[in-house]
Design a protein around this ligand. Structure first.
Ligand SMILES: [Zn+2]
Ligand SMILES: [Zn+2]
Length: 559
């Protein structure tokens, strides 16, 4: 179903990130030439058994629409923006552009999967401009909770569009350049057709607050702490970690990093010039444990309570290098990603049980968001002065809240579009509108990054909820008759009302079904598929008696 884009027109197709948190991905298309901004992952809901991540299916879109991918452009290195890049790079040779920090984080994800990017990763600096097919991308410094975040000014055959990336406007950044409002204003004066803007915190009034406020709160807590201090946050949040390390230096504490991702992210941030570690302060975790308690700070990964992470293992007393003792303090410097609250609660409980005191959460100043609230969104909109606005990055109500911010401006954009994943948004001489839709099927992947089909997921759901029934049939090969009475085994199937009576009835039904299958098909049609007939009969019986829908998988043994 190819939908040709006339020359001079631009299609913007959100493949993820609209109406949901995560999986951010925006495809641009002019003619057959395409470019994609961010290819992120999303955490699956709990009922997606065995699924590790959900990814946008860029490759299938390109195949179905006959598109050529000219570039993969990354705004920043968070997993909800780069988590699907590795998979796309296996089917596309397009170059990948981003900051040193972004590409460093991507490179470590590629290494985990044994993917050699060759020379395809192209680092870019602030205000640098690259060309890709009919598009140009200018990278503009903007502040967020990972260093090396860029907003994008995108030149297209239909005019300039600006993508805010994830951002806030931090007036007092810990390190690195401030938001390049001067250049954004210049681009705004030249004329911007469309602004795509981060809606994550659009419903919050006021401004978000500077990252440097966290350093002050953490400094105070570290000064007063008597025992060892453990701090956990996102491993890529180099500016937060910088403040932890600086506070430790002031209080004469040594620092150890624990966790595979945490150690590798610190190295990536150092290599990218985004983290300065005073010499001699960093020691191995074992050394911290030998120092007097009030001389140590442990920075651990796993702020989201992931069971295999360093902080969760410390909480369970299972970490080989670090231990929490009574009197220690754990600083949880992060906001839970929606869906992770239960795992985080379990981890904090386990830490409390070990006698640690806990700090963190709303109102403590130990975390501040990386996303723009009302005032910063208004500032960006007024600076860029777009003709049209497309809220992105958020669930539906966040997109609407972002639209409200724009409507409240003195000179609001002429058009405000609330779109959803798969909408084709066309920009041309006649203006901007939603022109059609493509149907999207996100990619579900498991721990090995293997794609899991919807059928398999449905089977897992039935297995997980109602278990499995295994009718066992032993047949004589020559006669296709039962050699012994059939049995029905179960795994994970529970039934109080019917119980073993039901299984006996099911076994009788299996025997009847086999006997019926011996009869020649009426009118000489094809012979009955015994497995299917048995499965169908047992399924119907169980559903009628119990209302349950276990998987039914007959096992046929011929002797
Ligand atoms: Zn994001
Ligand atoms: Zn982000």
């Amino acid at each position: 179903m190819t939908q040709a884009v006339p020359g001079g027109a631009l299609d913007i197709v959100p493949l993820g990130g609209l109406g949901q948190f995560g999986m951010n991905c925006t495809l641009l298309r002019s003619g057959a030439d395409c470019a994609v901004v961010d290819v992120g992952m999303m955490f699956p809901p709990a009922e997606f058994w065995g699924i590790d991540a959900i990814l946008p299916d860029v490759a299938s879109f390109l195949t179905a629409e006959g598109g050529r991918l000219a570039a993969i452009v990354l705004t920043h290195g968070h997993d909800d923006h780069i988590g699907g890049v590795a998979r796309l790079m296996q089917t596309s040779e397009a170059p990948v552009y981003g900051s040193e920090m972004t590409l460093g984080l991507l490179r470590s994800r590629l290494r985990d999967r044994d993917i050699d990017p060759g020379r395809r990763l192209v680092p870019v600096a602030g205000r640098e401009r690259i060309a890709a097919g009919p598009f140009s991308f200018e990278f503009l410094d903007i502040t967020h909770s990972v260093p090396g975040t860029y907003a994008l000014a995108i030149g297209t055959p239909a005019g300039t569009i600006v993508h805010s990336a994830d951002f806030k406007i931090d007036a007092e950044p810990v390190a690195g350049p401030p938001t390049d409002l001067a250049r954004l204003a210049e681009i705004g004066r030249e004329g911007v057709k469309l602004l795509l803007v981060d809606s994550t915190n659009a419903s919050r009034p006021g401004a978000t607050g500077s990252e440097s406020t966290v350093g002050r709160a953490f400094g105070k807590i570290l000064r007063e702490a008597e025992g060892r201090v453990f701090a956990t946050t996102f491993s890529s949040h180099a500016h937060r970690i910088q403040q932890f390390i600086d506070a430790a230096a002031r209080e004469d504490r040594k620092v150890a990093a624990v966790g595979r991702r945490m150690t590798s992210s610190l190295q990536i941030a150092r290599d990218a010039g985004s983290l300065r570690i005073p010499s001699g302060i960093l020691v191995r975790p074992e050394e911290i444990m030998e120092l007097p308690a009030r001389r140590g700070l442990v920075i651990a990964g796993g702020s989201q309570g992931e069971p295999a992470s360093a902080m969760a293992r410390i909480a369970r007393g299972e970490h080989p290098e670090a231990e929490v003792h009574r009197g220690d303090l754990v600083v949880h410097s992060v906001r839970p990603i929606p869906g992770n609250e239960v795992a985080i609660g379990r981890m904090l409980d386990a830490l409390a049980r070990r006698g640690a005191s806990l700090a963190g959460g709303d109102g403590t100043g130990l975390h501040v968001s990386g996303h723009a609230s009302h005032d910063e969104l208004a500032t960006l909109m007024v600076t860029v002065r777009p003709e049209a606005l497309l809220p992105v990055h958020g669930s539906y109500r966040h997109l609407v809240a972002c639209a409200r911010v724009a409507e409240s401006l003195e000179n609001p954009p002429r058009r405000i579009l609330i779109a959803e994943n798969g909408d084709i948004i066309r920009l041309d001489g006649d203006g901007i509108r939603i022109e059609g839709r493509v149907s999207l099927r996100p990619v579900l992947v498991d721990r090995d990054a293997t794609r899991v089909s919807d059928d398999v997921l449905l089977e897992r759901r039935h297995l997980g909820v109602d278990g499995i029934l295994l009718p066992v049939l032993v047949l004589e090969r020559a006669t296709r008759r039962l050699a012994s009475p059939p049995e029905v085994l179960t795994r994970g199937f529970a039934s109080e009302s019917a119980g073993s009576d039901l299984l006996r009835e099911a076994a009788r039904l299996v025997a009847d079904t086999v006997r019926a299958a011996e009869e020649p098909a009426p009118g000489g049609g094809p012979p009955v598929d015994l497995r299917e007939a048995v499965a169908g009969a047992v399924q119907r019986l169980v559903r009628r008696r119990t209302g349950k829908r276990p998987l039914v998988t007959p096992i046929v043994i011929e002797i």
